[in-house]
Design a protein around this ligand. Sequence first.
Ligand code: HEC
Length: 205
Amino acid sequence: MPDNPNRAETREYVDPEERIRPMPILAAAIAVGMFIFGVIYILTVGPLTPSQYGDERTLADLQAKPAGAGSGGPVDGKAIFAANCVACHQATGTGVPGVFPPLAGSEWAQADGRVIANILLHGINGPLEVEGKTFNGQMPSFAHLSDAELAGVATYVRSSFGNQAPAVDAATVTEQRKASTSRTTPFNGTAGLKELEQQLGGQKS
Ligand code: HEC
């Protein structure tokens, strides 16, 4: 028999009552998990290390490397080489047989640093003997690069591809640039470079 719809209990909702509603276990577990993760994370990144070493690089890593050290630093000889010389002398410094002379093992590249400075400042053309082979191409002038850049690339060439000649500093390039302002043409091959070496006093380094 159906309830009488007029009975008070049927018409009304149950009375509200106050109950204890604890945080759901899952939410609590996530919160605890995040807390533990945070503690472990802070401990593993080393809260006791001075903050300036926060990313664990050493002071030496952050200091600039000296110019011409091959990579990094204010002047990057390797990058200058890649941008200006690779097309002809190749990334390995071997050149192209019969066309572009090698820098690897080259007697000119490793002579007195003032020689390579002059080669870069003025270029070379005419028959040039390098490592017993004669080339007859045109090496353009790179006088538009700064003294520091020329020193950087010269130093890179002299210390790469198995070469072991001392660095060339920017002051040497500056000095050679000043001393040779009267030159308007490239050196004339082997003869031109020999003449240059004589002018420099034939000093080899
Ligand atoms: C357009 C091609 C070309 C570019 C670019 C070039 N060179 Fe040369 N380089 C030559 C040629 C060709 C000779 C030989 C010239 C000759 O036969 O008279 C030469 C000769 C040289 C020599 C003397 C000979 C030897 O092999 O050691 C040096 C050192 C040298 N280049 C260094 C450089 C450096 C450093 C750069 C970049 C800043 C550079 N060259 C960019 C073509 C180039």
